[in-house]
Design a protein around this ligand. Structure first.
Ligand code: ZN
Ligand code: ZN
Length: 264
């Protein structure tokens, strides 16, 4: 048994780092037997950040409508966004939340700024010393806490994101517990993001330990997404994710409301 809903995918033209078009993503999802997908295109406010491209809400709306016309009979297509660094751009974030209506809003942190102007993004993580790794994690979780405190989102994206690149864990349990507690108090959820499995990691983001900590602070609901940027990665790693959801309520968001998946 596995899930037939992928709650976190990107497409070309709307996410600067995506490879497959919206059409290809829809067809890829159907080929894998999925019933439902949720596009969660990047909304970034920092023009200097890696692959970011300006977000065009109108164009996105039209593209989703077109995809629904084409594939809506076989595939439910949800329209979400993944907002980056909301804590640095609270006004812009607020504006996006008040704008077009989305099925889901994922809030994520994709880079951290360290003292001396060191600007860490995932892409250059491999050659970093342990000292710097600790600093990155600490800063990352401080930023993630700031996002969690801001609230307004449905899902906190790829909880231990630096792991995807640094391949090590953080010693930041107190901060992690505080963020998870805030997420639960907000009424929002975390996701199991399977993308680290495709980048040589042994675990999803987050893995077992953080999921247990989530449960400890009363976290019950979660979503599962591949974070696919190309059609072949849709629903990748869902077997592992399915096992991890045992004891939790897995679901997806539609109209900003959590819907429970029947597969679990
Ligand atoms: Zn992301
Ligand atoms: Zn993503």
């Amino acid at each position: 048994m596995a899930f037939t809903t992928d709650t976190h995918i990107h497409s070309l033209k709307f996410s600067g780092d995506a490879v497959s078009s919206m059409d290809e993503m829809c067809r890829g999802a159907m080929a894998k037997g999925l019933k439902r997908i949720c596009f969660t295109e990047h909304v970034d406010f920092d023009p200097h950040y890696d692959d970011s491209i300006p977000f065009d809400a109108e164009k996105y709306k039209r593209a989703i409508e077109m995809a629904r016309e084409r594939y809506g009979g076989q595939l439910e297509i949800l329209k979400g966004i993944e907002v980056g660094e909301a804590h640095i751009y609270p006004k812009e974030y607020e504006k996006v939340l008040q704008g077009d209506v989305y099925d889901v809003v994922i809030a994520s942190v994709h880079y951290v700024i360290l003292p001396m102007g060191i600007h860490w993004t995932g892409n250059d993580g491999k050659s970093i010393f342990q000292y710097a790794v600790d600093r990155i994690y600490c800063r990352y979780y401080e930023d993630l806490l700031a996002v969690a405190r801001l609230g307004g989102f449905d899902v906190l994206g790829h909880f231990d994101y630096p792991k995807r690149y640094l391949k090590r864990d953080a010693a930041e349990d107190a901060l992690i517990a505080e963020i998870l507690d805030r997420v639960v108090k907000n009424g929002s959820v975390i996701e199991i993001n399977t993308s680290p499995l495709r980048k040589g990691c042994a675990e999803t983001s987050p893995g077992k330990k953080i999921l247990e900590m989530y449960k400890d602070v009363g976290g019950q609901r979660l979503t599962v997404g591949s974070d696919a940027h190309r059609d072949v990665d849709i629903a990748a790693g869902f077997d592992s994710a399915f096992k991890l959801t045992e004891g939790f309520t897995a679901g997806y968001f539609k109209n900003r409301k959590f819907c429970t998946l029947t597969e679990r």
